[in-house]
Ligand binder design. Sequence first.
Ligand code: S3P
Length: 192
Amino acid sequence: MIQATRTPSSPLAKTIVLVGLMGTGKSSIGRRLAKRFGMEFADADDEVAKAAGCSIEDIFELYGEEAFRDGERKVIMRLLDEKPRVMATGGGAFMDPRIRARIAERGISVWLRADLDVLVRRTRRRGGRPLLKNADPRATLAALIDERYPVYAEADIVIDTGDEPVEITTGRVDQALGAFLKAAQAAAESTP
Ligand code: S3P
């Protein structure tokens, strides 16, 4: 059963999994949430890079996207099987039905949703994203929105993000999680 109260000394019983497209702030919000909840934070991309011994860009270039997706799935499955924590996932991870199924069992998924203009602006700030290393990253992001948003919509919680400070979005996720847990607990208590 989900534990409703959370303080630094009583962390959540499930892993909080942040999903969404590149540039939505999954890592920075995840880090802040983990601090608020007194939980550990893991960035799945960093863990994949650590396991491979090279950057995400190099994995794509040397071994291809399929190899990256295999590594990504293994790392996320392992992280989900460990103790509950806050985890930021790479934008493609939630598209894998096996990963989604394990997240549904072991986690609470939070989709950070942003519109195309926001994503274009934000992804310009940091490189290192192989899918956007092309002549028209805006068109790539638009295509990814079409393909992925219907699947991201399966997340337990959806939070819209724009240009507000990261602390504000973090607070909104915190609040939404509180409401989600309360509703889950009420549902569990009303089940005979
Ligand atoms: C990807 C997103 C990236 C990284 C890889 C592929 C994707 O992570 O996993 O470049 O398919 O959307 P971020 O969403 O953290 O940038």
